[in-house]
Design a binder for this molecule. Structure first.
Ligand SMILES: Cc1cc2nc3c(=O)[nH]c(=O)nc-3n(C[C@H](O)[C@H](O)[C@H](O)COP(=O)(O)OP(=O)(O)OC[C@H]3O[C@@H](n4cnc5c(N)ncnc54)[C@H](O)[C@@H]3O)c2cc1C
Ligand code: SF4
Length: 506
C-alpha cells in the first residue's frame, strides 16, 4: 500500500510529481466512498488529504490534543453574521466522519423529489437512490443504537416525549458494538464507529489507491474545458510547508467539504460565469438547551445520541441529545466564567439537547477571504430564527415534562427558566436573534447540483458545468438543505456519482 505522510517528508526536499487517472481531494464522507468505488473497479486513484493519518489507538479523551489534531483550526471557525454561527469540521484522513456523532439518516423522499422537480436533478428520487443507500449502510454498518449504550439524557428525552405524546425514534448510527464511551467527537477509541477512516479508506488502499496525507491542495490546475491536476504541498503538524507537490491527473474530484471546495474552485479561477460557487450556503443552524434535574442521570456516560425526537420533522425541526465529553461540554456552554463552573457542578444531573433547523430563508455564502482562507457569512432569516425559538421552547417543555428543575437557554440575556409557565418568555420580542447562541456542523449546498448552469454549479452527477473532467463529491452538492444529519446522503451521492463516472469512463 502506498501511503505518504507529509509530516515524514524531509523539509525542503524537491518537488514531488505524481501521475494518476483520478485525483480525489479530501477523504471524508464524499471523497472516501468515491475513491474506493473507483479503485475497486480498477481505476488508478490518488487520495489527497490536508490533515493527518491517525489510527484508532491515537484517539483519547484528551480534548485539547484531539481537537488540535482532528479539527480544522482546532474547531474555532465561524460563519459571520448576526448572530455569528460557530462551525466545526474535520481535518484528518476520514474527514468529519472521524469526529462526528455517526447519526445515519437517508435523505428524506420529499427532499429528493424537490431536487428532481425544482432543480432538475436526474435519477435522484427515492427509487434511484435506494440501492446506493443500501450499499453505503452495509459498508458502514448502520444499525440501531443498542439501549445498553444509551446515556441518561436519552431517558429524559423518552420520558418527556412520551408524556407530551411526541414521536421519537432510537437513532441509527454507523457503529458496530458501540459501548457508549461518548468520545465520538474526539475520535472513537474502540473502533466501533465505522467512519470513513476505517471503512472506505482501507478498501481504497487495498484496491491500490495511493494516499497522500498532510498534503494541502492549493490549486486546481486547468486548461480550457479540462482540469489537468492539482498543485499541493506536504505540510507538518504545525501546517508548515515541507515540500511542493504536483499531481497530473486525467480527472479531478473535489471532495474537500462545502466550505473548502468552493473556496478552492474560486481561488483556482475555475470558470463560473454565473457566480454560483460558494453561494447558497446552508448550515442547519442549531441551538443547545441545558436541563438540570434533581436526579442523577450520568448523561455523559452513554453514546452521544440514543434517540431523536421526530414529531416535528416534517416542519423542519429535529431534536437530539448532544452530551459531549465533559471537557468539551464546559467550553461549549452558552456562558463562561463562574456561571459555567457552577453549571458544571451539576454535570451528573444535567442533559443537553439541541434543535436542528432546516434552513429556509437564511442567506449564506463562502468565498476566499484574507490570505485566501475560506470566509463564511450567514444571515439568519426571520423564519429560521422563529424555528430556532420554537425548537428551544419545545426542548424546554420536554425537559420540564421529564422533571427538570431548571432549564438553561442559549440566550445571552435570558439565562434560566424554572417552570413551563416561563416558556412564553422565549418569544419576548425584546430577545433578538443576535442574542442567541447558534452553532452548526452541517455546511452544505455551495456547489449545488442542477440542470441549469445559471442556478447550479454541477450537473446531476457532480460534473462542474463547462468542464469535461472536473467533479464535486461532498456536501456542496446538495441542491437544498435536507433537514436531517447529512453523512449518509453525502456518501450515497458519492457512491451513485462514482457508479455514473464508471459507466461513462469505462
Ligand atoms: C462534530 C461533528 C458531528 C457530526 N455529527 C454528524 C452525525 O451524527 N451524522 C451526520 O450525518 N453528520 C454529522 N456531521 C456532519 C458530517 O460528518 C459532515 O457533513 C460530512 O462528513 C461532510 O462530508 P464532506 O465529504 O463534505 O466533508 P468532510 O467529511 O469534512 O471531508 C472533507 C475533507 O477534505 C479535506 N480538505 C479540505 N481542504 C483540503 C485541501 N485544501 N487539501 C486537501 N484536503 C482538504 C479536509 O481536511 C477533510 O478531511 C457531524 C460533523 C461534525 C464536525
Ligand atoms: S460512543 Fe464510544 S464506542 Fe460508541 S461510537 Fe462513540 S466513541 Fe465509539
Amino acid at each position: 500500500m502506498t501511503i505518504i505522510q507529509g509530516r515524514h517528508v524531509e523539509a525542503g526536499s524537491p518537488k514531488q510529481v505524481f501521475e494518476t487517472e483520478v485525483v480525489v481531494v479530501g477523504t471524508g464522507a464524499g471523497g472516501g466512498p468515491f475513491a474506493a468505488e473507483l479503485a475497486e473497479a480498477g481505476v488508478d486513484v490518488i487520495l489527497v488529504e490536508e490533515g493527518g493519518y491517525y489510527q484508532t489507538s491515537d484517539f483519547t479523551t484528551d480534548a485539547a490534543k484531539m481537537v488540535k489534531m482532528l479539527y480544522r483550526s482546532a474547531g474555532a471557525t465561524m460563519a459571520m453574521g448576526k448572530p455569528n454561527v460557530n462551525f466545526m469540521e474535520g481535518r484528518c484522513v476520514g474527514g468529519s466522519t472521524v469526529i462526528n456523532a455517526g447519526i445515519s439518516w437517508r435523505t428524506p423522499a420529499r427532499i429528493l423529489k424537490r431536487w428532481h422537480w425544482e432543480h432538475g436533478v436526474d435519477d435522484c428520487e427515492e427509487e434511484h437512490m435506494k440501492p446506493f443507500f443500501e450499499k453505503v449502510e452495509e459498508r458502514v454498518h448502520v444499525a440501531p443504537q443498542s439501549e445498553e449504550s444509551y446515556g441518561g439524557d436519552s431517558e429524559v428525552f423518552m420520558t418527556g416525549s412520551e408524556k407530551l405524546g411526541y414521536r421519537w425514534l432510537p437513532v441509527r448510527r454507523n457503529q458496530k458494538h458501540c459501548v457508549g464511551t461518548n468520545n465520538c467527537i474526539l475520535g472513537c477509541p474502540t473502533g466501533a464507529k465505522q467512519s470513513v477512516l476505517i471503512t472506505y479508506i482501507p478498501r481504497a488502499l487495498v484496491a491500490g489507491a495511493r494516499l497522500l496525507s498532510d498534503c494541502r491542495v492549493t490549486r486546481i490546475n486547468h486548461d480550457g474545458k479540462r482540469a489537468t491536476g492539482i498543485t499541493a504541498e506536504f505540510i507538518d503538524e504545525n501546517l508548515k510547508t515541507r515540500a511542493k507537490v504536483e499531481i497530473r491527473a486525467q480527472h479531478v474530484v473535489m471532495a474537500a467539504g462545502a466550505v473548502q471546495t468552493p473556496t478552492l474552485l474560486k481561488k483556482s479561477k475555475v470558470a463560473d460565469p454565473h457566480r454560483n460557487f460558494g453561494e447558497n450556503l446552508n448550515l442547519h443552524p442549531n441551538s443547545k438547551v441545558v436541563g438540570i434535574f434533581d436526579r442523577k442521570l450520568e448523561a455523559w456516560k452513554g453514546a452521544i445520541q440514543g434517540i431523536q425526537i421526530t414529531e416535528f420533522m416534517e416542519e423542519g425541526l429535529m431534536f437530539g441529545t448532544t452530551f459531549v465529553p465533559p471537557s468539551v461540554h464546559a467550553i461549549t456552554l452558552p456562558y463562561w466564567g463562574n456561571k459555567a463552573a457552577e453549571t458544571m457542578e451539576h454535570l451528573n444531573q444535567m442533559v443537553t439537547g439541541a434543535v436542528l433547523v432546516e434552513d429556509v430563508d437564511s442567506v449564506g455564502r463562502v468565498r476566499p477571504g484574507f490570505g485566501g482562507e475560506a470566509t463564511m457569512t450567514y444571515a439568519l432569516g426571520k423564519h429560521d430564527y422563529h424555528q430556532l425559538r420554537r425548537g428551544i421552547a419545545l426542548l424546554a417543555e420536554i425537559y420540564f415534562a421529564a422533571g427538570a428543575t431548571e432549564v438553561h437557554l442559549p440566550y445571552h440575556n435570558l439565562g434560566r427558566i424554572h417552570s413551563p409557565d416561563e416558556i412564553p418568555k422565549i418569544f419576548d420580542p425584546k430577545l433578538k436573534a443576535v442574542d442567541l447562541e447558534v452553532l452548526t456542523v452541517h455546511a452544505m449546498c455551495t456547489a449545488r447540483m442542477g440542470r441549469d448552469p445559471k442556478s447550479s454549479s454541477v450537473d446531476s452527477f457532480g460534473r462542474v458545468h463547462g468542464y469535461d473532467n472536473l467533479y464535486v463529491s461532498d456536501a456542496s452538492l446538495f441542491p437544498s438543505p435536507i433537514g436531517v444529519n447529512p453523512m449518509i446522503s453525502i456518501m450515497s451521492l458519492a457512491t451513485r456519482n462514482a457508479a455514473h463516472w464508471l459507466e461513462v469512463n469505462r
